[in-house]
Design a protein around this ligand. Structure first.
Ligand SMILES: *Cc1c(COP(=O)(O)O)cnc(C)c1O
Length: 346
């Protein structure tokens, strides 16, 4: 990308993206409830309205058929749809080819949340398309659990000069272009990334190829080993996609529900394996329920996944033997769940 503006978090990069695109009070931004909560919060910072649509069951990214349906319905009611904010979840890229067509048709801005997809790409007829190169603006995050970390940090990337200049100014209190200090021509923030964090990021950047290799190795070993028993569902990778996995999230088959998943988390904890629900659906958090009146059943695919999913250990020093042990423990605990549920107690 032509321009890159480092920020002190992925969340602040998202906020700058929303502002730099001129999205403001009452504007509608289409996004999904299957993400880290920051992606829709950033829309609310500007009193714009996040309108959720559900995800596709396999890629867990925004369902582009629902996007178009929703835009049409909103337009019929005379609503102002301004942008789509799609998430490259867990390293899986959204259907950007289709999203770009929709954005063109309805004259919408596209924000790409690539915080979890640094290094992912897909092969198209016109070459490789990297995550973070497909929106009008894309953002990355450099929190410690991300592929590349600066301690805390983020980055906004774009090919649009005006967006870049705007974001660069707002990152530093709204400073006048070219000035170091003292002259301000818009509302800005303290969103810059400190030198010390940048130093860490630069040294991490050199390790990127080996980090990605390691992450892909761990993910593929998990998938291969889980496939032997087939007791849990593992991530699906689409053809022609190179995924740099952000986390390793498994989910329970349909016959189980959220109570089984929570029970499984406890059983794993007892076996010394730390796992987490990942992600909880945004629309069912206390804040979104209270603020917007969302309820269970509003986004069934997201809920199906959120109820059954758990992230299992995923760090670079995991050896093949560690992975085998974790898989064995997960399988063992899942079998315990099966016997529990036939007894009617979960
Ligand atoms: C990590 C992440 C962010 C940004 O998080 P920060 O902690 O603010 O850097 C935004 N969106 C998604 C989907 C993320 O995973």
């Amino acid at each position: 990308m032509r321009y890159a503006i480092a920020t002190n978090s992925g969340t602040s990069a998202l906020h700058l993206a929303v502002r730099a695109l001129g999205i403001g009070e009452g504007d509608i931004v289409i996004t999904t409830p299957m993400s880290f909560i920051a992606s829709s919060n950033a829309i609310l910072f500007e009193r714009a309205v996040p309108v959720f649509v559900d995800i596709e069951p396999h890629t867990l990214t925004i369902d582009t058929r629902l996007v178009e349906k929703r835009i049409r319905a909103l337009r019929r009611k005379g609503k102002r749809v301004k942008a789509i904010l799609a998430i490259d979840l867990f390293g899986n890229m959204a259907n950007w080819r289709r999203l770009r067509e929709i954005a063109r048709t309805y004259k919408l801005a596209l924000i790409e949340d690539s915080c979890e997809a640094l290094g992912s790409y897909y092969r198209s007829r016109r070459g490789e398309k990297m995550a973070g190169s497909l929106g009008d603006v894309a953002v990355f995050g450099f929190y410690p659990n991300k592929t590349l970390t600066t301690g805390e940090g983020g980055m906004l990337v774009t090919n649009d000069k005006k967006i870049a200049e705007n974001a660069r100014s707002m990152r530093n209190q709204g400073i006048v272009k070219g000035k170091a200090w003292g002259e301000y021509d818009k509302l800005g923030y303290n969103y810059h990334l400190a030198d010390i964090n940048c130093a860490l990021g630069l040294s991490q950047l050199k390790r990127m190829p080996s980090i990605i290799k390691k992450r892909r190795f761990i993910a593929s070993e998990y998938t291969r080993m889980f496939a032997k028993r087939g007791l849990v569902r593992t991530p699906v990778i689409q053809n022609n996609f190179f995924v740099n996995p952000f986390v390793y999230v498994i989910h329970l088959p349909r016959k189980y529900d959220i109570r089984h998943r929570d029970r499984l988390l406890k059983l794993l904890e007892k076996s010394g394996i730390k796992a987490r629900p990942y992600f909880p659906a945004i629309h069912l958090t206390a804040f979104y329920k209270r603020e917007f009146g969302y309820k269970r059943g509003d986004f069934p695919v997201t809920e199906f996944f959120a109820d059954r999913a758990l992230a299992i250990p995923f760090y670079h020093s995991l050896s093949r033997a560690d992975i085998a042990n974790i898989v064995k423990s997960v399988n063992f605990c899942v079998q315990k769940l099966a016997s529990l549920s036939t007894g009617g107690r979960v």
